[in-house]
Design a protein around this ligand. Structure first.
Ligand code: HEC
Length: 170
């Protein structure tokens, strides 16, 4: 990868994160609630935060390859169990945590997934909702993983075990 491509991806991630941050505040449903979200101030609309959709996206986008929930999934990155989240939490804070981890995540996503995960604002809002919803997380299981993601996770585990076996035999 050329360095400027990496930079572009990183700035895209930044823009994506900021866009999602703009849409990520939890608001109670209003009578006019629609797919377009709820207007909160001049020029800003906050989307619905759909944690059931977030559960599917957490798996299908590949977050699960590195981050565990309920003790399942990859263990290369901090677990994202709802019980460990500050509550009630400003959803912008979750995106800010992602942003702090962005450099490592971009690097590792290229290594493990072959590319950087792309998210739009509604998708990130859904994932953030899932990260904070213990009831939805209780439903999360390996059955949520599409086959390619399940393969990546079992491959990563096998590799980690191979490395451990190698280093302990030295
Ligand atoms: C290829 C591995 C990988 C994937 C895939 C991945 N992450 Fe990460 N993530 C990491 C690593 C590594 C860190 C820790 C970075 C650090 O500590 O600097 C991290 C950090 C984070 C953090 C901050 C955690 C903390 O303790 O503050 C959040 C939140 C996060 N990731 C969310 C996500 C979400 C949501 C997705 C899916 C859209 C995702 N990550 C996909 C590797 C990954």
């Amino acid at each position: 990868m050329k360095p400027n491509t990496t930079r572009q991806k990183i700035s895209l991630l930044a823009i994506g994160t900021l866009a999602a941050v703009g849409g990520a505040l939890w608001v109670s449903q209003t009578a006019s609630g629609s797919d377009n979200g709820t207007a909160v101030s001049a020029g800003l609309v906050l989307p619905e935060m759909d944690s059931a959709m977030g559960r599917k996206l957490f798996a299908s986008k590949g977050c699960a390859v590195c981050h565990s929930i309920n003790g399942i999934g990859g263990d290369d990155a901090p677990a994202l169990d709802a019980q460990t989240m500050d509550g009630p939490m400003n959803p912008f804070e979750f995106a800010a945590r992602m942003w702090r981890g962005a450099e490592a995540m971009v690097y590792m996503q290229r290594e493990e997934l072959g590319d950087v995960i792309e998210l739009d604002g509604a998708e990130l809002a859904a994932i953030i909702a899932f990260a904070h919803d213990p009831e939805e997380q209780a439903k999360y299981s390996e059955a949520d993983w599409p086959q390619p993601i399940a393969d990546l996770i079992s491959g990563a585990h096998a590799e980690a075990e191979g490395e451990n076996a190698h280093s302990s035999s030295d």
